[in-house]
Ligand binder design. Structure first.
Ligand SMILES: [Zn+2]
Length: 376
């Protein structure tokens, strides 16, 4: 245990790295996948079950929690860890990304963003200072800077202007965060797909100084090829001795490609959201459980998987409960998807530590290619 948040790289293989982020609430093994607990719950999962899948850290959403039940209320009730019964590390986003996506409902200025709640239309403001305050009230272990992220494609002038605003907000976030031992503040690199703007952003953030750095502004519609092209240079611009976090990524092959390019942390709603819509990720590809071909199938989803959905139930049963809209369907499929994502991370951590990432990656792709990826 430690009273500070530290990061240690224990092994590298090419650009890929494995290590540990130590926090007062426990270690985070990297590369790490963070399940998303939007409204103080990873939907359909008990926190102890999330832990059983292998997750060391969860992500919480500032935007959703500030509107309902409010950061002040969570603070009065002992903070987010106690409120949702998760005593391990929590990373919170800044609210920026979600507020920006409220197209017609927000107004932006140098100071920050005013917006109307999607729940009841009430008026709110988010600024770098308010975002830091909310994340402090929540008790977040890893706090993200308040930033702006334009959707891609966007023209270069717009991306440059937005990135420079985000850098001014990063500086204000740093000042407002202050000195909080045991808690970390991450800066967020912007600059779209423009290499020189990414460099300018990385330099600005490094000059301010953060405990970790996110590669922001990706997975916003640019496609995997463009994202990987950017990840070929963007992580390398950030300090080597700090964790690098790719926000909002992604599908299993996105995650593998990102780790290969030097990313240490990721988050995505995909495994939990897909679990509720019957889309299942397995070693051999994507299974759509609502497909009629599963209705008489006594086999598990994935015979090599350690999760309860695979150990105790047939595809026929999972198909049945999905069709019957039984709650256990979302529970089992989410449990499976989260387990599969964590197993990918575990496989990569071991492969990087033993210098066999290439072999592991080839097998990952070959196994998937042998399976039948079903249409959605
Ligand atoms: Zn499973």
């Amino acid at each position: 245990m430690t009273d500070r948040i530290t990061f240690k790289v224990n092994g590298t293989d090419g650009a890929a790295r494995t290590g540990v982020i130590s926090t007062p609430r426990g270690d985070i093994r990297t590369p790490a996948f963070m399940p998303v607990g939007t409204a103080a719950t990873v939907k359909a999962m008990m926190p102890e079950s999330v832990r059983e899948t292998g997750a060391d850290i969860l992500l919480g959403n500032t935007y959703h929690l500030m509107l309902r039940p409010s950061a002040e209320r969570i603070d009065r009730l002992g903070g987010l860890h106690r409120f949702m019964n998760w005593d391990r590390p929590i990373l919170t986003d800044s609210g920026g990304f979600q507020v920006m996506s409220l197209a017609g409902l927000r107004k932006m200025s140098e100071h920050g963003v005013t917006f109307k709640s999607h729940i009841d239309g009430s008026k709110h403001e988010l600024t770098p200072e308010r975002s830091m305050e909310i994340q402090r009230l929540l008790g977040s272990d890893i706090v993200m800077c308040f930033d702006e992220c334009p959707a891609l494609p966007a023209d270069r002038a717009r991306i440059a202007e937005s990135m420079r605003l985000s850098m001014r907000w990063a500086s204000r976030s740093r000042d407002a965060f202050g000195d909080r031992p045991g808690h970390a503040l991450f800066g967020i690199q912007q600059g779209g797909l423009e290499q020189d703007l990414r460099q300018e952003s990385a330099q600005a953030l490094t000059d301010i100084g953060f405990d970790g750095y996110a590669v922001g502004g990706l997975a916003v519609g640019e496609g995997q090829e463009a994202m990987f092209a950017c990840l070929d240079y963007a992580p390398d611009m950030l300090p080597k001795d700090k964790p690098r976090y790719l926000m909002g990524v992604g599908k299993p092959d996105d995650i593998v490609g990102a780790v290969k390019r030097g990313i240490d942390m990721m988050d995505c709603v995909l495994p939990s959201r897909s679990g509720r819509t019957g889309q299942v990720f397995t070693r051999t590809g994507v299974v759509n459980i609502k497909n009629a071909r599963h209705q008489d199938d006594p086999r598990p989803l994935d015979e090599h998987c350690r999760c309860p959905a695979c150990r105790n139930y047939s595809r026929a049963y999972l198909h049945h409960v999905f069709r019957a809209q039984e709650m256990i369907s979302g529970m089992l499929l989410t449990w499976h998807n989260l387990t599969y994502f964590q197993d990918i991370m575990d496989g990569m951590r071991n492969a990087i530590a033993t210098g066999t990432f290439d072999v592991w990656e080839t097998e990952f792709h070959t196994t998937r290619a042998q399976g039948d990826i079903e249409p959605l």
